[in-house]
Design a protein around this ligand. Structure first.
Ligand SMILES: *Cc1c(COP(=O)(O)O)cnc(C)c1O
Length: 458
């Protein structure tokens, strides 16, 4: 059977308020055509992010009631620690309120001015936390992965030749750690192969450099290995995860992704001395080492979520649903980043709307149109978000790509919702020549995409 089967029943529902096109026209105008400024109750299908937007299970909600709120050494803490030890195999677990708190603690100890940190692609908070300590964050994706149309099974793989070159050029004493982001968030969650993980680990060992995962979507990555890498078809995802993590010295994790919770994170290592230093920093800003800025009930929900995310019926549904959305719009002609990743589909707005120049923001124009037409909230990942200022002229240097990301929250939407999104995108695509570009009429000096105001150009 080919129909996508959600391996869960719905016990509690959150109504979606329907809106009319006229209402959405008004709401958009009031929000200055910035979708970050639209109230969530005015959104029909919210594909802004997969972060912290998962639906929790009845077992997780039961865990919320079981949560032990003792300040020190609560039962919930030991449940979370033991679950992480069992799944990932690391000795020391440091709980944090989000992924970026784990990053900040790790990099404040490891990174100094003059250091460089290689990664397949740094997530924006990862890059910012590295650069805040004076180190340089370097992306080493393989060349062929930069082509949006290239259909490769493991587009998140790191370029091993470039990695060794970078280490030799900088000197190994200037490389405090090597990171690998699984799945690679930019590009919509492209997976990293086991053979690439092994190769990165071999380089790290050769130069005696610690090797860490940015592990936010570890289960989705493991499932792609099972689907696509020869030799893994008959292995359990749980075994694949253990195998992946056996090559690493530690990880940072945002539980808002593959731990199926709405808040939380953690940091892992096998190095006892490093863990001591990390706990000292944790106490300064996050909390005591057995809760790290989270409530006991959050620790409990993470422990349950980490088991549930490894359920292969869940992963089959999760990955099939994202692939379905990508395949159905691309077969009708909509240009997307191929192949669809684990958690998101990216529409190539520059290719879809060639009549809109990049300084009229085709990605923003398309995301506005998707909301106007069908109440779908997506996010522009292009020159509104990532244009850099030319230091000489002060004018904008456009981003390399003009994309619209459709990120899919976990266990939240049904197959009919996804069919609705497909239909809406195809209707917008049919009248794409009528979509107008926009200009920015108001913006902040940093991170302008969150607050900028836009107007249609004539
Ligand atoms: C979300 C994310 C982070 C940061 O996690 P937060 O919980 O948002 O602080 C780091 N790396 C990657 C790859 C992410 O997707």
């Amino acid at each position: 059977m080919s129909v996508i089967f959600e391996p869960f029943k719905i016990k509690s529902v959150e109504p979606i308020r329907m809106t009319t096109r006229e209402e959405r026209e008004y709401l958009l105008q009031a929000a200055g055509y910035n979708l970050f400024l639209i109230n969530s109750e005015d959104v029909l299908i919210d594909l802004l992010t997969d972060s912290g937007t998962s639906a929790m299970s009845s077992e997780q909600w039961a865990g919320i009631m079981r949560g032990d709120e003792a300040y020190a050494c609560s039962k919930s803490w030991f449940r979370m620690r033991d679950t992480i030890r069992e799944i990932f195999g690391f000795e020391h677990v440091i709980p944090t309120h989000q992924g970026r708190a784990a990053e900040r603690i790790l990099f404040s100890i490891m990174c100094k001015k003059g250091h460089i940190v290689p990664n397949n692609t740094h997530f924006d908070t990862t890059r910012a936390n590295i650069e805040y300590h004076g180190a340089r964050a370097i992306d080493l994706l393989k060349k062929e992965a930069l082509d949006p149309a290239a259909e490769l099974p493991f587009k998140g793989d790191m370029d091993i030749v470039a990695l060794e070159k970078t280490i030799n050029k900088a000197g190994q004493e200037h490389v405090p750690l090597i990171l690998l982001t699984i799945t690679n968030n930019s590009g919509g969650g492209q997976p990293v192969s086991m053979s690439n993980i092994r190769a990165v680990s071999a380089v790290a060992q050769k130069y005696n450099i610690p090797f860490y995962f940015d592990a936010c979507r570890f289960a989705e990555n493991a499932y792609f290995i099972k689907l696509r890498e020869p030799g893994y078809q008959n292995k359990q995802v749980k075994e694949i995860v253990r195998d992946m993590f056996s090559y690493a010295d530690g990880c940072t994790m945002s539980a808002k992704k593959d731990a199926l919770v709405n808040i939380g994170g953690f940091l892992c290592t096998n190095d006892g001395r490093l863990a001591e230093q990390e706990r000292e920093l944790l106490i300064l800003t996050e909390g005591f080492p057995t809760y790290g800025g989270l409530a006991g009930r959050d620790l409990e929900a993470i422990a349950v979520g980490l088991h549930e995310v490894l359920n292969e019926d869940y992963l089959r549904y999760r990955i099939a649903s994202t692939q379905y959305l990508g395949r159905h719009i691309s077969e009708a002609g909509v240009p997307i980043v191929q192949p669809p990743g684990g958690h998101a589909v990216y529409i190539d707005a520059k290719a879809m709307l060639p009549h809109i120049p990049v300084d009229r923001y085709p990605g923003q124009a398309l995301s506005i149109e998707l909301y106007l037409h069908a109440g779908i909230r997506s996010v522009e990942i292009g020159s509104v978000m990532f244009a850099r200022k030319d230091p000489k002229t002060g004018s904008d240097i456009p981003a390399p790509m003009e994309l619209v990301r459709l990120a899919i929250p976990r266990r939240v939407y049904t197959q009919s919702h996804i069919d609705f999104v497909v239909e809406a995108i195809l209707e917008v695509y049919a009248r794409k020549d009528k979509i107008r570009g926009v200009k920015i009429v108001q913006q902040a000096p940093f991170l302008r995409h969150f607050t900028a105001k836009f107007k249609f150009v004539k």
